[in-house]
Design a protein. Structure first.
Length: 172
């Protein structure tokens, strides 16, 4: 599963050599603003930066992330804050975590269906008034697993995006 190493809202970023972020403290002023992300991930994936001013979505960008378990893969997106659009800005990464949880659930369902169909002879004696290949049962269980996996992925996603990068920088 991808691991978020760091996420910072920056006034500017230096990408030559060691990456340096000049933190955007407090309110965002008009001009260029950068959201820096560093992730450790075992496989190539994508991250979506969703830029919000207050509660209103201003823009979203999908960025490719290469597999890197060592120091983590670094990437950033940039938004231009126009005159009169300063104030509280936030960036979300939620979609990536939900997508990953859904993929794991789909893989688990596929493996489970193969094992369930392969073991129909063993299960026949344990079932009461149900066929071992009942499509309604298979569908109901699959939907239940997808719903449970989505809810289980949603909680960490909310926790990962609930922290305002500006607030976390102040704490450091």
């Amino acid at each position: 599963m991808p691991t978020l190493v760091s996420a910072q809202l920056c006034r500017s970023i230096e990408t030559s050599g060691e990456w340096r972020c000049t933190p955007a403290n407090g309110q965002v002023a008009p001009g260029s603003v950068v959201f820096y992300t560093r992730l450790k991930t075992p496989a190539d994936t994508a991250v979506e930066h969703r830029w919000y001013r207050g509660d209103r979505l201003q823009q979203k960008m999908t960025l490719r992330i290469r597999a890197n378990q060592g120091t983590g893969y670094r990437t950033f997106s940039r938004a231009t804050v126009g005159a009169g659009l300063g104030g509280q800005w936030k960036v979300e990464l939620r979609a990536m975590f939900l997508r990953y949880g859904f993929r794991l659930a789909a893989l688990g369902i596929a493996c489970g269906l193969v094992v369930a169909i392969a073991s129909t002879r063993l299960m026949t004696s344990l079932l009461f008034e149900t066929s071992p290949l009942d499509p309604v049962t298979y569908l109901a269980v699959s939907i239940g697993i997808i719903v449970a996996a989505t809810l289980a992925s949603y909680a960490p996603a909310v926790r990962a995006t609930a922290v305002n990068p500006v607030e976390s920088l102040r704490a450091e």
